[in-house]
Design a binder for this molecule. Structure first.
Ligand code: ZN
Length: 161
């Protein structure tokens, strides 16, 4: 099992069980976590000891969460339109990698994954994706609006979704 490197301090993380890392979370007792001496941590793919990414601290974890909230709607929209999930997400990451390259020249498709990003990188993902995520939300709102039958007074009043 290859130990992932901490994104905060660069040291190698150690494998720990969920009951040691989160003693108040019985739901996590049977899962594994990679923990750095600096306190950074990351979970594992369900049922494995394979890290989900690089361990990080709470600020980076928060930024990664924001990055997912801005990035995921873009490829999920394609899935809604009928494109397959895996290739849709992969294509979105290829695009994201290209958009980030001017700022982070060492970023490659292999390292361009939100779960491997620093806080600074994750926040750039938000900046890059937010305008597109807003447009996706607008498109969705437009579709909801125009799918209503304006001649049906109940729908016009928003009684029926
Ligand atoms: Zn560390």
């Amino acid at each position: 099992m290859k130990a992932p490197r901490c994104i905060e301090c660069g040291r190698k993380a150690a494998l720990e069980s969920g009951d040691a890392v989160y003693p108040h979370r019985p739901d996590l007792f049977r899962q594994w976590f990679w923990v750095c001496v600096c306190g950074a941590r990351v979970g594992c793919h369900k049922g494995t000891k394979s890290a989900l990414g690089n361990p990080c601290g709470p600020e980076t974890a928060k930024a990664r969460g924001l990055a997912h909230a801005a990035f995921d709607p873009l490829w999920r929209r394609k899935v809604e339109l009928g494109f397959p999930k895996g290739p849709s997400r992969d294509a979105a990451y290829v695009w994201l990698c290209g958009e980030m390259a001017p700022t982070f020249a060492d970023m490659t498709r292999a390292t361009c994954h939100i779960s491997m990003m620093t806080r600074e990188q994750a926040l750039l993902v938000v900046t890059i994706c937010r305008p597109f995520a807003d447009k996706v939300a607008q498109a969705r709102a437009f579709e909801r609006e125009t799918n209503r039958n304006p001649r049906d007074p109940r729908q016009r009043l928003g009684v029926v979704a």
